[in-house]
Design a protein around this ligand. Sequence first.
Ligand SMILES: [Zn+2]
Ligand SMILES: [Zn+2]
Length: 275
Amino acid sequence: MRAVVLDADGQPRLADAPAPAEPMRVLACGLCGSDVEKIGVAPAGTVLGHEVVARRADGARVALIHHQPCGECARCLAGHESTCDRFAEATIVPGGFAEAVEAADGIELPDKLNDALGTYLEPLACVLRGAERVPRGRVLVVGQGFVGRLFAAVLRQRGDEVFATDARPERAGRAPDEPVGAAVLCAPAAPLDAVEPGGTVLVFSPAAPVDLDLVYRHELTLTGSRSATPLHMRAALALLPDLDLPEPDVLPLDRFAEGLERYRSGRALKLVFTP
Ligand SMILES: [Zn+2]
Ligand SMILES: [Zn+2]
């Protein structure tokens, strides 16, 4: 089968790859910031892509679950499922930027949700899980790429007053006029002085160094959240129709390099590839 495979320099190339033993046909796969971070870093032969919609052998369209916590260990029970030992095992093989994958589990999609929007389930699930750690009220979302936009939409939908900033002025929303109760870092920035004393900062992306002295003096709560659980995938499916989200740029898999360039240059917020 054809797949986008990282070469010896870690660069993505369309290539032939062995088909999995029990293949499901990939219908669409979203490009995530975490995929882009692995380019040039992950070993040769890696196939990226974890925001996958595929067709199961029984004909159902499913959004695939890319990691599965055990649900029973102390970390799972404490709500830190993404740090569970079992969670590290990939459950989509080889990866979503391919014509076919093998996968442990998926969530059936209704007909009215198209393949490209079905790939939003995974990033939305990550956001829903992160949002559980953000106190309600006045919240600043730092970074207005795709995930920042998802975060802002989720917080607005639950009734928060949402502010949004971005290093690119054309993407930024309304900056807060006075300190906020919480900030969500979807971009490497450390605006701790935007958070009022006693407030919360959720680190939701690889972050810039933070001023720990300010954490101390202002008694801030610094917390992290990464990835999603199957439970949050189901919640994302229920919520998706209620959110106002940016449309994806959809390209065939053989235009991966062009899509990657659109994403990196900021001309596209979200890329979805179809084999
Ligand atoms: Zn992702
Ligand atoms: Zn566990």
